[in-house]
Design a protein around this ligand. Structure first.
Ligand code: NDP
Ligand code: MG
Length: 384
């Protein structure tokens, strides 16, 4: 059984990417790294390439090409640069699994190329399904490609569904930590700083998703992600705040039975599960003890204070390109917040304005999604 997994990691220098490489390091006999990519962190990409010896390395930032190329001149590694190359390398790699761990919309086109080339997708980049969930799920069906979730909530649901008939799901319950501002009201949030927003209580993640967790946009994106992954309608997807982040999510079946998946908050577990699914492979990860975790609590999310969660439900129910609009607006808003150009509460305001202003398309093509993303970024930038 012990077949070797040939893995491409898109976004290897990030939070998910580096944790995936820790797994590859621990499972040397089972995992072979085929592709590594980064946006601009050439130094780390070079060090990773030297250690894992992939066949292909891509740096999106073309100004860093020579640095990477020269550093790897004596290694048997092909080096490419530019965003398009990240997608193109999906045509030539012999990887069987692609971990999509880039941030935001940048994951869309490489994921599409990977699906067209029949790669199994370990999906961390939730924005791909938010932007173009309908198109991506259709493509996966056509190409008989499976999408294995890496996002901890969706991995939990996926694990709860092993051996179950999807038609027996009544609803799923996504848990949310609540982020650093849990329990706060709008008036408390008017002046919060990016340093406060970047301090997540339970998870150590990239900057964009950490801000999304503070605004509850992350939970909103995950609601939409779940709709496409599990073929549900909006009324079947609930979010509940669970500050301890021990239950990663739950499924309620038609007989009233509820299954939950639990563990310590550690992304290595869902990454590891996605790499080896359907096999469960031994790990030495720290184990949870019910003696240490003596209380699990639950609260209703406050959608009035954290408007982004309500906007995500609205976008999901509108369908068409609305979630693509919300995603692009949010990427610009988060970037502006991180550059101190807008305040925390303005993130959701900007998102809502873009949803009202950008042209709605009921049945978008890939080209429509590309244009919607570009158009929304322009509108959002004009509002900053
Ligand atoms: P990070 O910001 O830590 O890392 C992002 C990675 O993608 C880096 O390798 C970065 O390169 C690369 N990258 C960023 N922008 C681009 C671009 N425009 N073109 C090409 N490459 C790019 O992000 P995370 O690891 O936190 O998140 C990755 C994805 O996984 C996101 O979609 C997130 O929502 C999802 N996710 C993350 C979780 C987490 O715990 N971190 C949990 C669940 C989901 P460089 O280093 O050069 O900038
Ligand atoms: Mg998550």
């Amino acid at each position: 059984m012990n077949e070797i997994k040939k893995i491409a990691i898109l976004g290897s220098t990030g939070s998910i990417g580096t944790q995936a490489l820790e797994i590859a390091r621990e499972q040397k006999d089972r995992i072979q790294i085929e592709v590594l990519t980064a946006n601009s962190n050439a130094d780390l990409l070079i060090a990773q390439a030297k250690e894992f010896n992939p066949n292909h390395v891509v740096i999106a930032d073309e100004n860093k090409y020579l640095q990477v190329k020269e550093a790897l001149a004596n290694d048997d590694i092909k080096v490419f640069a530019g965003n398009k190359s990240i997608a193109d390398v999906m045509e030539i790699t012999s990887a069987d699994t692609v971990l999509t761990a880039m941030v935001g919309y940048s994951g869309l086109l490489p994921t599409i190329k990977a699906i067209q080339n029949k790669k199994r997708i370990a999906l961390a980049n939730k924005e791909t399904l938010v932007v173009a969930g309908e198109l991506i799920t259709e493509m996966c069906q056509e190409n008989r490609v499976s999408l294995i979730p890496v996002d901890s909530e969706h991995s939990a649901i996926f694990q709860c569904l092993v051996g179950e008939d999807l038609n027996t799901i009544d609803k799923i319950i996504l848990t949310a930590s609540g982020g650093p501002f849990r329990g706060k009201k709008r008036s408390d949030l008017a002046e919060v700083t990016k340093a406060q927003a970047l301090k997540h209580p339970n998870w150590n993640m990239g900057a964009k998703i950490t801000i999304d967790s503070a605004t509850l946009m992350n939970k909103g994106l995950e609601v939409i992600e779940a709709k496409w992954l599990f073929g549900l309608n909006g009324s079947q997807i609930e979010a509940v705040v669970h500050p301890q982040s021990i239950i990663h999510s739950m499924v309620e079946f038609n007989d009233g039975s509820i299954k939950a998946q639990m563990g310590l908050p550690d992304m290595k577990l869902p990454i590891h599960y996605a790499f080896f699914y359907p096999e469960r492979v031994n790990t030495n990860f720290k184990r949870m003890s019910f003696k240490e975790v003596n209380m699990l609590t639950f609260e209703e999310p406050d959608k009035d204070t954290f408007r982004n969660l309500a906007l995500a439900y609205q976008a999901m129910n509108n369908g068409g390109n609305m979630a693509c609009i919300l995603n692009a607006a949010n990427e610009i808003a988060v970037e502006a917040f991180l550059k101190d150009k807008i305040k925390f509460l303005q993130i959701a305001e900007l998102n809502e304005k873009c949803m009202q202003k950008v042209n709605f398309i009921q049945k978008p093509s890939l080209q429509d999604y590309i244009e919607t993303d570009a158009e929304t970024r322009k509108v959002a930038a004009s509002l900053v």
